[in-house]
Write a protein that binds this ligand. Structure first.
Ligand code: TLP
Length: 361
């Protein structure tokens, strides 16, 4: 899809801002992986997995946790554990589950997704949720689950604060529904809000979070909830082919991620600020800097003809040729994500290259 990178003498550098999923494991992770004590996790006998699960339960304030292969598997296992076939799940029309998980809810779980609008800040309006909850009527599916995403990937990486999260949790419980939080980047939210993840998740019945994004582990996500819920999620994981046996080899990196990598997320947020403000100052790009609170920066190619690039793919291609990778996410829209592999100096470099590309070199 992209032209090959031009590796001239002046340009041998790559700054990969497509996602925080591109992070390389830290030296401490590689060491922990090499030395991990392992067992058969399907029998519950992998001590490293068990330790990671205990840490995850503690940090999210839940009773139990389950190690799974990916954020997508984590979200789907949670949906399967909460809902039966024909049940309805209320979620945002910009949510990752709705956009980027192949409709697994319906394809695998027979779960009916009811999308309601995400506000620009990633919230679902409580009145929209309430209006979407079905009364008991033979014609309707049964409403079972509400899903929030924190931080919100497609809504600028925005955070949902503890008060809002509790409001939606209370609303769910008032109607006998469950609340699931897609917290792939919940520690980015906690960092930006100056809160503990457990405070944000107090009213949540389940949360999924990823080790393989800003926390830089190579593989893995956690599902957390009550012990009973985790038993259901474990069955769902097996159904999905996610019983991973000596998974301690990868869980070991996850332990390092939780132990060491959360405090440095603030650096990613500072780099995202620098990037967003630098880009916003350039003629030809629109950036809503007020929405940049974490490590995600969206930009749009201006419609005022001040830019020569008529598509996001075109623009990303030109940047890529000069060593800067960003992700087209719409016809004119692109996303850049800061992470462990990106320094403040990389941001300066990316801004310089972007300026050149906008000025047509
Ligand atoms: N997001 C990826 C892509 O799929 C878009 C990214 O680069 O941001 N929930 C949220 C909020 C996510 O952002 C993602 C990954 C997932 C779930 C799924 O995680 P994985 O990729 O581990 O299945």
């Amino acid at each position: 899809m992209f032209k090959e990178t031009i590796n001239t003498k002046e340009n041998t550098r790559t700054v990969d801002l497509r996602s925080d999923t591109v992070t390389q494991p830290t030296p401490a992770m590689r060491k922990a992986m090499a030395e991990a004590e392992v067992g058969d996790d399907v029998f519950g006998e992998d001590p490293t997995v068990n330790r990671l699960q205990e840490m995850a339960a503690k940090i999210t304030g839940k009773e139990a946790a389950l190690f799974v292969a990916s954020g997508t598997m984590a979200n789907l296992a949670c949906q399967l554990a909460h809902c039966g076939r024909g049940d309805e799940m209320i979620l945002g029309d910009q949510s990752h589950i709705f956009h980027y998980e192949q409709g697994g809810s319906a394809a695998v779980g027979g779960i009916h997704p009811r999308q309601i609008p995400n506000q620009p800040d990633g919230k679902l309006a409580p009145e929209d949720i309430e209006a979407a909850i079905r009364p008991d009527n033979v014609h309707f599916p049964r409403s079972r689950l509400i899903v929030l995403e924190n931080t919100h990937n497609r809504c600028h990486g925005m955070t949902l604060d503890a008060v809002y999260m509790a409001t939606i949790g209370d609303l769910a419980h008032q109607y006998n529904l469950k609340l699931h939080v897609d917290g792939a980047r919940i520690f980015n939210a906690a960092t930006a809000l100056g809160a503990e993840a457990s405070e944000l998740l107090k009213q949540a019945d389940s949360v999924s979070f990823c080790l393989s994004k800003g926390l830089a582990a190579p593989i893995g996500s956690l599902v957390c909830g009550s012990a009973g819920f985790i038993n259901h999620a474990r069955r769902a994981r097996k159904l999905l082919g996610g019983g991973m046996r000596q998974a301690g080899v990868v869980a070991a990196a996850g332990i390092v991620a939780l132990d060491e990598m959360i405090p440095r997320l603030a650096d990613d947020h500072a780099n995202a600020q620098k990037l967003a403000h630098g880009l916003a100052a350039m003629k030809g790009l629109d950036v809503e800097t007020d929405f940049v609170k974490t490590n995600i920066v969206y930009m749009k190619i201006s419609s005022d003809q001040s830019s020569d690039y008529k598509s996001a793919v075109d623009f990303a291609d030109e940047l890529h040729c000069r060593g800067v990778k960003i992700l087209p996410t719409g016809p004119y829209k692109l996303r850049a994500v800061t992470h462990y592999g990106i320094s403040a100096d990389d941001i300066d470099y990316a801004l310089n290259v972007t300026e050149q590309v906008l000025r047509k070199f």
